[in-house]
Every structure is written in structure tokens, then in C-alpha cells.
Design a protein around this ligand. Structure first.
Ligand SMILES: [Zn+2]
Length: 144
């Protein structure tokens, strides 16, 4: 664990990024974005993260790349199976927290065309923290 890494803290079950767990194994962790301070958050926004502290996609070992790619694929399929999505986007950015994390998020059917792809979560249906946790548990069956 790297000192003061928010994602390592999250994997240890604490810290400001703590979020509902979807699935995890020895090398990858999948969580659903949690509720914000209002108690609500957008539905259909997952993070695929390496359990090991590695800063970027190109710094990963080949076996990590394979499991992360497979897991992101499973995450997209899970969202499409459970939600009325128009599209499932994925992005690797990593400008704020230097621990590999891949965003996988839904754009719901009916999202106005003028809403940019990156802003899709801003207009996604919102759910309470407990509803998000329940949904995260439901998604776990799509990962093996
Ligand atoms: Zn870390």
C-alpha cells in the first residue's frame, strides 16, 4: 500500500473514497460510485481498480492487464444487462488519484443528445446510498 493513496485506503475499507463493493479477487476490485453528501448518487457508475498500487495502465504487469480488461468487459455487460442503457462508456484517465482505476459508466436511454458523453452520469437516475449498495450486490453475479 502506498502512503496516503485514497484508492489503497478504499481497498482497506476506509477513507473518503469508500464505496459499495461489487466484486473483487486477489488482483482487481470493482466498486460502484457511492452517494455524495446529499445521500444520493448516480446509478450505473463503476470503477475497476488494481488491488496492487500501480499508477498507470502502462505500468501494469501483463497478467494485470488481462484481468483488468476482462473485468471492465464484465462491468460493461453487467450495466447493460441491469439498466436501460443507450451506451456504456469506459475511460482511463488517472489525473487526480495516482492509482490505476478505470471508469465504466452508463448513458441511459433518453439522455438528451446535447449531453456530452462524459456528462452522462450528471443526468443519470439518482439513488440513495442503500439502493446503490443493493444494486452493487446485484451486479456481483456478472463477474467470475
Ligand atoms: Zn494505491
Amino acid at each position: 500500500m502506498a502512503d496516503e493513496c485514497l484508492i489503497c485506503e478504499k481497498h482497506a475499507g476506509r477513507g473518503e473514497l469508500l464505496a459499495p463493493m461489487v466484486w473483487a479477487d486477489e488482483s482487481v476490485v470493482v466498486t460502484h460510485r457511492g452517494a455524495d453528501p446529499t445521500g444520493y448518487g448516480p446509478l450505473g457508475y463503476l470503477f475497476v481498480e488494481t488491488r496492487r498500487h500501480v499508477e498507470s495502465w502502462d505500468a501494469m504487469e501483463p497478467d494485470e492487464v488481462a484481468i483488468v480488461a476482462h473485468t471492465a468487459w464484465a462491468a460493461a455487460r453487467a450495466l447493460r444487462a441491469e439498466l436501460p442503457v443507450e451506451h456504456v462508456f469506459t475511460a482511463i484517465v488517472g489525473r487526480r488519484v495516482p492509482h490505476f482505476h478505470q471508469h465504466v459508466f452508463a448513458r441511459f436511454r433518453g439522455t438528451p443528445s446535447e449531453v456530452d458523453w462524459l456528462e452522462s452520469p450528471l443526468v443519470a437516475p439518482e439513488r440513495s446510498a442503500s439502493e446503490i449498495a443493493e444494486f452493487a450486490t446485484r451486479l456481483s453475479r456478472y463477474f467470475t
